[in-house]
Design a protein around this ligand. Structure first.
Ligand code: BG6
Length: 477
């Protein structure tokens, strides 16, 4: 629909940005922190990134020590919210057992500092950093271990910080974690030679753990709100050939509804169920599982959106090519990933599709009728620092502006969107491609292996975003 008159952004819209603990904090072994899987990364990830060529997370952006300076910069931009994750291993160095008082204190300090600036903390419980001690026992694959461990960890956080924190996110990108976590070294799912059995088991365990944690927060804190944070994007059919259209429906089912239908409706998606049945990979349901799902429904859906995906008719066997979405692999019998001829790409080969964001809002809201929150969106680029210490990142401004405009259009479509937190507040270490894939509004003066002075430098996008927030986004038209 062509919008004749754009609506205003809501009054209390949560303008901010995001990060995750292992990518921004550093201090990997300080103040009693235990090892997470990110502290012992595998050398070769998915056979396409050589870890020895990109920096590790030991220092990252050093936010652990510099959070006051970073939050002052966020306040200067006018942030209303900051989405960050808590490192499980700072709270419980071994994932279970002894609590680390210094870890508890650190996040009290972090939250207090944000609140001092009137910045709402939005806390992700888990962002790809499984305690190493738990991973060695199977991590997300080991239901008897992981569900109780995760609930115990969440209870500690809710008890400590619940009176200060209104917005909680359960698991970052559950769909990527379950689907490609093994390829990216995020999960330990080599148990069966049937890949779908591994995926199905991990995914079911995460869903159970998530529902229990949601229920726990609802029972103990009437003011707080909690939701999942998957990676969601429209999957286009390559053509209007009916088989391509069917493939796009299959892709949406497997990449999105597999997770969200259970989280929001308490039921597995029927297409995915049939697919898993054929793959001999149905999840093992225990006696109370249905009830657990019913008791643990979210208050909103947070989601990460970078690019859309495009698919075509499924093949019978897997091939090695990739589509536009780097995390998307062909699923024989369901869809084949391909590229979209209508979209431009970033320097890192990710497609740029702001209109796809509006369509994604609409799909999500049509299906679930829950408020939506963007917890990641952004453009990774090897920004250049000029001799006079400036970063002219007009390409980032252009990307964000287009996505904010589509967000405004989606609000005008009648969709309740509560906030926009792009990736990332300040530069941090990318998930797989090192420091020089930068996303922040603030430049962190370090290279891949040379830590330099880690000085914070405001990019052009910093001043631009400041203006956007000052105008509550209504200057974007
Ligand atoms: C999301 C993750 O998938 O994408 C982040 O939640 C990640 O952790 C972000 O950093 C961008 O991906 P990348 O690989 O460019 O860092």
């Amino acid at each position: 629909m062509k919008i004749k008159k754009l609506n205003q952004f809501p009054k209390n819209f949560l303008w901010g940005a995001s990060s995750s603990a292992f990518q921004v904090e550093g201090a990997w072994n300080e103040d009693g922190k235990g090892l997470s899987i990110q502290d012992v990364p595998k050398k070769d990830i998915a056979g396409w990134i050589d870890r020895s060529k990109v920096s590790d997370y030991k220092v990252a952006s050093d936010q652990y020590h510099r959070y006051k300076e970073d939050f002052a910069l966020m306040a200067e931009m006018g942030f209303k919210a900051y989405r960050f994750s808590i490192a499980w291993t700072r709270i419980l160095p071994d994932g279970v057992g002894k609590v680390n008082p210094l870890g508890i204190k650190h996040y009290h300090d972090v939250i207090d500092e944000l609140l001092k600036h009137n910045i709402e903390p939005i806390i992700t419980l888990f962002h790809f950093d499984m305690p190493y001690a738990l991973e060695q026992q199977g991590g997300w694959s080991n239901r008897d271990l992981i569900v109780d461990a995760f609930v115990n960890y969440a209870k500690i956080l809710f008890k400590e910080y619940g009176h200060k924190v209104k917005y909680w996110l359960t698991i970052n990108e559950q769909n990527m974690l379950a689907m490609v976590g093994d390829l990216f070294g995020l999960t330990n799912s080599q148990e069966s030679s049937n890949r779908w059995q591994n995926i199905s088991k991990i995914n079911h365990n995460i869903l159970i753990a998530q529902a229990k944690v949601i229920n726990e927060l609802h029972l103990t804190n009437k003011n707080a709100k909690i939701g999942p944070a998957p990676n969601i994007a429209i999957y286009y059919p390559k053509t209007c050939h009916p088989e391509d259209v069917l493939a796009s429906k299959n892709a949406q089912a497997l990449m999105h509804w597999y997770y969200l239908d259970v989280a929001v409706r308490g039921q597995y998606n029927n297409i995915v169920w049939k697919f898993l049945e054929q793959e001999n990979a149905l999840p093992e349901f225990r006696k109370d599982d249905e009830q657990i799902f019913k008791n643990g429904k979210p208050d909103f859906i947070a989601f990460n959106y970078y690019t859309s995906g495009t698919v075509e008719k499924a093949l019978d066997v897997a091939v090695t090519t990739r589509g536009d979405q780097q995390n998307m692999f062909d699923v024989p019998g369901m869809y084949k990933a391909t590229s979209n001829d209508f979209l431009n790409k970033t320097k890192f080969n990710w497609t740029i599709d702001p209109v796809g964001l509006r369509t994604t809002y609409r799909e999500l809201y049509d299906r679930y009728q829950l408020p939506l929150l963007v917890t990641e969106n952004g453009l990774g680029s090897p920004d250049e620092l000029t001799k006079d210490f400036k970063v002219h990142d007009d390409y980032r401004i252009e990307y964000l502006k287009a996505h904010i405009l589509e967000t405004r259009k989606a609000i005008s479509d009648g969709i309740p969107i509560i906030g926009y937190c792009p990736w990332s507040a300040i530069d941090l270490v990318s998930g797989y491609q090192g420091v020089n894939k930068r996303y922040g509004f603030v430049y962190v003066n370090r290279d891949e292996f040379d830590l330099k002075d880690l000085r914070r430098i405001r990019k052009d996008s910093f001043y631009w975003y400041q203006e956007v927030i000052k105008n509550n986004g209504n200057n974007i038209e």
